[in-house]
Design a protein around this ligand. Structure first.
Ligand code: HEM
Length: 399
């Protein structure tokens, strides 16, 4: 008799003080599949994570996450109903295609000098001021300012825009009623704000990203609510991911002074490798979840249709089948796969990878050039969580 879903072992007990990486490595040792208390089946290898993203036998979660959080209406619910990330099939394709075209690589690559200018402008005045809290002073404002400028928000609005973004995004996780209410309020404000920018470009077309997007969706199948939701989606998808990735990477560089010294010695050469390794070593995404659409045998267990499955990013990015010495932080590593797994796989693979890499590289180059003596004061940041976008704690540095 083959094994069934019911035979999949549970996650081991968490022992106070274990890091997320230690806990997931311990879980991986239990077996190739383990089940959590909600019945979600996790796998740990990179091959399994990519297999779970194959839409021939799984699909993206749609509103199930909202319902599981007890949410059945409101601004965040409306956003999730209309955005590409939580859609499947033709609906997803219709929402994704115009964005892919607007976000084509040459368009994004041309932003590099402007992104560097903004990174320099943010970091220069901080150098020599003593201690700063890295997340608030650099990692949060930089992605928010850049995405605000891409969607055409005036520079004076960037701070307000950033505040909406980081508050609204909290509503995608399991949160208290109070946080949910704040998130909904700021989601409504962000949606209105982005709606205003779109309306403005409709009235007065310009040579910019928003106008180009409106041209791509003209006469297409998307309605106005969907058009607005894709723009809001871009703003949200590009902000806290990049904030977390920058903080995590700088945190590792500060904890590995030899690697920081290498970056400082030649930022242009080493920044791309530092970015890839920072994204791998302590990833900002904890896992990618899907729902099976047909029965399937996985590692000898028969999974029925409608099973929630989750590929752990934490373990996939330390898969010994893929990376030599996976627990070593090495910015010169040559064994990153051609498609960095942190950006996912299959039809939902990240649309913003090129932009994220440019932002992270230019921020690291600016820091290594302007603040080569930067040091940690107190504990490094701690990324927490096994699912979706991980949370992070503040980190003080002397600059
Ligand atoms: C380090 C930074 C980033 C990481 C690690 C990251 C990671 C990811 C991952 C893993 C997915 C797929 C999620 C899934 O399959 O369920 C995704 C989707 C997406 N990302 Fe990113 N991302 C980053 C930055 C950005 C940026 C800067 C943008 C654009 C401004 C962006 C836009 C998107 C969009 C629009 C999607 C949805 C694609 C779809 O559903 O078809 N991301 N990202």
């Amino acid at each position: 008799m083959g094994l069934t879903y019911r035979d999949i072992p549970p996650f081991p007990d968490y022992i106070e003080g274990e890091t997320d990486h230690e806990y997931m490595a311990k879980s991986r040792a239990v077996g190739p599949l383990v089940k959590d208390r909600l019945g979600i089946v996790s796998a740990f290898s990179l091959a399994d994570m990519l297999e779970f993203n194959d839409d021939r036998w799984t699909r993206q979660i749609e509103l199930e996450g909202m319902f599981a959080s007890g949410v059945s209406g409101g601004p965040m619910f409306d956003f999730v109903s209309n955005v590409l990330l939580f859609a499947n099939g033709a609906t997803h394709k219709n929402r994704r295609t115009p964005l892919t075209r607007t976000f084509a690589h040459p368009v994004v690559a041309a932003l590099r000098p402007e992104i560097r200018r903004r990174a320099d402008a943010l970091i220069k005045p901080l150098v020599g001021t003593g201690q700063i809290e890295f997340v608030d002073a650099i990692a949060s404002p930089l992605p928010a300012k850049i995405i605000a400028s891409i969607v055409g928000a005036p520079e004076d609005d960037a701070e307000r825009f950033g505040a909406y973004v980081y508050s609204a995004i909290r509503g995608l996780s399991l949160v208290s009623e109070q946080v949910r209410a704040e998130s909904d309020r700021d989601m409504a404000a962000l949606t209105d704000y982005v709606g205003g920018l779109l309306e403005d470009r409709r009235q007065t077309p310009q040579e910019d990203f928003m106008t180009s997007y409106l041209e791509k969706v003209a006469d297409g199948p998307l309605d106005d609510t969907e058009i607005r939701a894709q723009m809001v989606g871009l703003v949200l998808a590009g902000s806290d991911t990049t904030r977390g990735a920058l903080t995590a990477t700088v945190s590792q560089l500060m904890q590995h002074p030899d690697q920081w010294a290498l970056l400082v010695s030649d930022p242009d050469t080493h920044a791309p490798g530092a970015v890839s390794e920072g994204l791998r070593f302590d990833p900002v995404i904890g896992s990618l979840a899907r729902i099976t659409t047909e029965p399937r045998d996985v590692h000898g267990y028969r999974l029925p249709a409608s099973t929630f499955v989750s590929g752990s990013m934490l373990t996939a990015l330390r898969d010994p089948e893929v990376y030599a010495n996976p627990d070593q932080f090495d910015i010169t590593r040559q064994d990153h796969p051609r498609w960095h797994p942190v950006f996912g796989g299959g039809p939902h693979r990240c649309l913003g990878e090129a932009l994220a890499r440019i932002e992270l590289e230019e921020a690291l180059k600016a820091l290594a050039t302007l603040a080569p003596d930067m040091q940690l004061i107190g504990p490094p940041t701690r990324l927490r969580g096994y699912g979706a976008v991980r949370t992070l704690t503040p980190m003080t540095v002397s600059i």
